[in-house]
Design a protein around this ligand. Structure first.
Ligand code: HEM
Length: 498
């Protein structure tokens, strides 16, 4: 019996390996219509241009490819994959709105999130995604956000008091990224889950918060494997895959397993607490932090009352706990510019991308649309679109908030940029636009208005050395070598806290 199982396993692994080799060889041997799209030369057979694209100091590369090749660029990805980089408004409109079911979130990304968080909004497709959005959209409405305001103010006041204590008597350089990071986690903790991660007084570690913070950076360290996660999820039942992970003697895999276990343990604990309170009735719900006004309590209550076909199963409700905290924390922390530089999509079937203006392809012909073969990866250039000189004008890089106080230039409105917010792609658009964008705006307004009334912000002594690094969500460091996120700002009390 044991021999038969071993032979079966060996054959399955060999067949799988042969299939992967064939898929890779196919990419190198068969020409693609995308080979005619202009773009930089591949710098490595193994990783194509990805090391340039994901280089934390790769700002010049991103700017130059836009300037040199225009709003549609072909890159090379892992082992001969083609990756399109797109910020042409009409092409983005197709990807984000018109053909959003052809161009969906890339499987390598959603699978890594699904392994970590379960089937939450960021990692499901099609009907399941539609059903989840239908339940969650009303929970993020302005009406519900209004109930959050007192909760957010209470947290912002705690932050103000904590900072005031640090700079009492004299101005000091404080790492504001760390303070705002702790605050963003507490805001989504209380506003999203009715759970307190951090009292914003003493500096004590939180296992759930730390696991969440470490999840993507650790997964990023196994790049090659990450791009093939979705094959792994096809390997037999979950119990078999779990056993396989347990016996792989690789420290990073074991670290990912421990992180996932910690997130699972804590999200289940929070979820079970809410379930019990809901069962016990309104009084128990109101006694919770945020008095049952948080996103998860409202969602779980609405789900209890939903019709059979709209109801989300328990596994999907639970997955939203970690999904929300993950999606809300680093994004809001870094949000003084668009924190997300590009969003990945993958063509789930052959598709066509129409262009706002014709481009000249490698063989010199002008084309006004591009055929995109099934499987192609597409990076939607959020930052490139927000800084597109052809649309926003020559002064695009200047800090000019008054841009939005007078009518926008005709080029901006005519471009029909498919973003949900102010003709920007920062919060994306279409059926998968950021569900938390009003939540995030409210957080930022409450925290900034509270801090600005009490403190003067000036550049820290080391301000010249601060570098912003490109990543899934970009982050600042002191200098170009150190990889520890930090943003010192000189803080000075201008009025005592009431
Ligand atoms: C400045 C802060 C934020 C920015 C710039 C931002 C940006 C984005 C972007 C670009 C996406 C699309 C990602 C993709 O499809 O691959 C997204 C999706 C999402 N965001 Fe945000 N986000 C922010 C804050 C938040 C907050 C505070 C929450 C929760 C309270 C949140 C929850 C989500 C969720 C659940 C999704 C997935 C939506 C779906 O697929 O249907 N985000 N966000």
């Amino acid at each position: 019996m044991f021999d038969t199982t071993l032979t079966f396993l060996r054959t399955a692994i060999l067949a799988f390996a042969a299939w992967v080799v064939w898929k890779i060889a196919h990419r190198f041997l068969v020409k693609s219509p995308l080979d005619n799209i202009p773009g930089p030369k591949s710098t490595s057979i193994l990783t194509g241009n990805l090391s340039q694209m994901f280089d934390r100091h790769g700002w010049d590369f991103h700017r130059e490819i836009g300037e040199k090749y225009g709003p549609i660029v072909k890159h090379n990805g892992i082992l001969g994959q083609r990756v399109l980089y797109v910020f042409d408004p009409k092409a983005m409109h197709s990807i984000v709105i018109k053909d959003q079911y052809t161009f969906q979130p890339a499987k390598f990304f959603t699978e890594s999130l699904r392994i970590g968080f379960g089937p939450g909004l960021l990692s499901v497709y099609g009907e399941t995604h539609r059903r989840q959005r239908k339940m969650l959209n009303p929970v993020f409405s302005i009406n519900h956000m209004r109930h959050m305001t007192p909760v957010f103010y209470a947290i912002a006041h705690k932050l103000r008091d904590a900072i005031a204590l640090q700079v009492e008597g004299t101005a000091k350089d404080l790492d504001m990224l760390r303070w705002i990071g702790r605050t963003a986690l507490e805001l989504i903790g209380q506003g999203g889950l009715g759970y307190s991660f951090d009292s914003l007084t003493e500096d004590k570690p939180n296992a759930f918060g730390d696991a969440l913070k470490n999840f993507l950076p650790t997964v990023f360290q196994v790049q090659l494997l990450r791009y093939h996660f979705h094959y792994f999820t096809k390997l037999g039942p979950a119990s078999f895959r779990r056993r396989l992970v347990e016996i792989i003697p690789h420290p990073l895999i074991q670290k990912i397993k421990d992180i996932v276990d910690t997130m699972q343990l804590h999200s289940t604990k929070i979820f079970d607490g809410k379930k019990q309170a809901l069962k016990a009735g309104d009084e128990a719900v109101v006694e919770q932090i945020s008095q049952g006004k948080d996103v998860m309590s409202v969602l779980m209550k609405a789900n209890m009352e939903a019709s059979k076909e709209d109801k989300l199963p328990e596994e999907e409700l639970l997955a939203q706990v970690t999904t929300l905290v993950f999606a809300a924390t680093d994004t809001t922390t870094s949000a003084l510019y668009p924190p997300i530089s590009f969003v990945f999509r993958q063509a789930f079937e052959d598709g066509i991308l129409p262009l706002s203006r014709p481009i000249h392809v490698v063989d010199g012909r002008p084309i006004s649309e591009i055929s995109v073969p099934k499987g192609t990866f597409i990076a939607v250039g959020v930052l490139a679109s927000n800084r597109n000189e052809d649309i926003w004008g020559k002064d695009v890089l200047e800090w000019k908030p008054e841009r939005w106080l007078s009518p926008l230039p005709e080029e901006v409105t005519a471009a029909r940029i498919p973003g949900v917010y102010s003709n920007l792609m920062t919060f994306f658009g279409g059926g998968r636009a950021c569900i938390g964008f009003k939540f995030s705006q409210l957080e930022m307004k409450v925290v900034l208005s509270t801090l600005l009334q009490s403190f003067k912000f000036s550049p820290a002594d080391c301000a010249k050395n601060i570098t912003w690094n490109l990543a899934g969500v970009k982050y600042p460091t002191i200098g170009k070598v150190d990889n520890h996120p930090s943003l010192p700002i000189k803080m000075e009390l201008i009025s005592p806290s009431p």
